[in-house]
Design a protein around this ligand. Structure first.
Ligand code: GUN
Ligand code: ZN
Length: 452
């Protein structure tokens, strides 16, 4: 049996914090430790206790004074958009047509898909994210690349091929039948293999015909074990266009409801312009709305109204939505979430933020027994945070007196540099990345750039 004992300040959540003083919502050990046996958390507690429990051959890694938390979870992003982050000047539909539908065509090449998939996983890890839910491109090769890269790193990843059979360039369209057949084959190949989970992924109502939506219904009925993901009500022009394509639907949400796609495995990106009726339908079906702060600001989409979801009892999670989102960092994502809520008069406490990135997102995925908190039996996916990683943070931290304040500094000023180490199933990953950052795949030299 291999044993690893991580020493540091350990923080893990037990429940959603009700307010900033809700100390019952989390466990915090100032001189704490996580004992890992064969890739799983065996115990969490005081270092002095666990040092006695661990065998004499246990490897001890001292992360003091850093914070040890569960690995972050990102519940919505697009792996083929890794090189399209920061595409200038357009809102959703124009942005998709101008940049994204050009970029995603490159993923018909397995070589390209493999290169980007590797770099994508490494970028998640560099930012302390150990699990994520991603859209691949329409090409089955992109799904193979995605899950192979995750498997190589032993990461718990969820994903699937986008299905899209209209309103996209020919090179990105499947058909209702090929979308169904390819999805079936990919589920058979990947779902449940190692730590892989499949997500049935009709991109959104605009790029799927009623025939493809019908096939999505069949897929969801035949594979209740799989996740389902799509986009809902992100942008006003999108809402108008989607509802015009499905005139019999009461509203945008009703399009997906009509095809029986809603349910507790359904992740709906964005959910900004929903009526109370629509949010109530999400609540009744236990569907999850995915809040994507950096994307919603970058694409000029709108402001997610968290308090209305809470009031109506609907579930929600948080995500980067790279490449509409501008950062792989969940810390930077929560910094923008704070501002989006603040501008609406809503408050996001530091503890609520860290809950959302970890246990909250794990619960949204129904995976809280495996990831999102450090409890005996959980997979040892762990992030180690350094709140003094940048000079300005170090200076700011000299005035911090509470854990809440430190977490807020980390969220507001932190990024990948604040992630001192990340463990996937008990194996350290970040130190290796930093030693060999750019070894694989084609790079473009600055001389190749055409600067107008
Ligand atoms: N709606 C449909 N496809 C996409 C996408 O790739 N990104 C975002 N942000 N919204 C979408
Ligand atoms: Zn998206």
């Amino acid at each position: 049996m291999s044993q690893l004992l991580l020493r540091g300040r350990v923080l893990t959540f037990i429940d959603a914090p009700k307010n900033i003083d809700d100390t019952a919502a989390y466990s915090y050990f100032e001189d704490g430790a996580v004992l890992i046996e064969n890739g799983k958390v065996a115990r969490v507690g005081e270092y002095a206790t666990l040092a006695r429990v661990a065998g004499p051959q246990a490897e001890i890694v001292d992360h003091r004074p850093h914070l040890i938390l569960p690995g972050f979870i990102d519940t919505h992003l697009h792996f083929p958009q890794t090189q399209a982050i920061a595409s200038y000047g357009a809102q959703l539909l124009e942005w998709l047509n101008t940049y994204i539908f050009v970029e995603e065509q490159k993923f018909s090449s397995s070589a390209h898909a493999n290169f980007i998939a590797g770099r994508f996983m490494d970028e998640l890890l560099r930012n302390g994210t150990t699990s994520a839910v991603a859209y691949c491109s329409v090409h089955p090769e992109s799904v193979d690349a995605y899950f192979a890269a995750a498997e190589k790193r032993n990461m718990l990843m969820i994903g699937g091929k986008v299905m899209m059979d209209r309103n996209a360039p020919e090179g990105l369209r499947d058909t209702a039948q090929t979308g169904y057949d390819e999805t079936k084959a990919l589920i058979a190949k990947w779902h449940g293999r190692g730590r892989a989970h499949y997500a049935i992924s009709p991109r959104f109502a605009i790029t799927s015909t009623p025939e493809q939506m019908e096939m999505s219904r069949v897929l969801v009925r035949e594979h209740p074990e799989c996740y389902v993901q799509t986009h809902l009500s992100e942008n006003r022009d999108e809402v108008a266009y989607a509802t015009s394509l499905y005139p019999a639907a009461k509203d945008y949400t009703d399009i997906y409801a009509d095809y029986d796609l809603l349910g507790e495995k359904m992740l709906l990106g964005h959910c900004i312009f929903l009526s109370d009726r629509e949010i109530s339908v999400l609540a009744e079906t236990r569907s999850v709305a995915v809040f994507c702060p950096t994307s919603n600001l970058f694409l000029g989409s709108g402001l997610f109204d968290r308090d209305r979801f809470q009031k109506l009892g609907a579930r929600f999670s948080v995500a980067t939505d790279v490449g509409g989102g501008t950062s792989f960092s969940m810390l930077e994502t929560m910094a923008e979430a704070y501002k989006i809520l603040h501008v609406q008069g809503q408050r996001l406490t530091p503890f609520a933020s860290y809950y959302m990135m970890t246990l909250g997102n794990a619960r949204a995925l129904g995976l809280e027994d495996r990831i999102g908190s450090l409890h005996a039996g959980a997979d040892a996916d762990i992030t180690v945070l350094d709140s003094r990683a940048k000079p300005a943070m170090e200076l700011r931290m000299r005035t911090a007196t509470t854990l809440a304040e430190e977490l807020f500094v980390l969220q507001t000023m932190g990024d990948d540099r604040s992630v001192a180490e990340v463990y996937v199933a008990g194996k350290p990953m970040k130190s290796g990345l930093d030693k060999h950052p750019f070894l694989d795949g084609p790079a473009r030299s600055p001389a190749d750039l055409q600067i107008a």
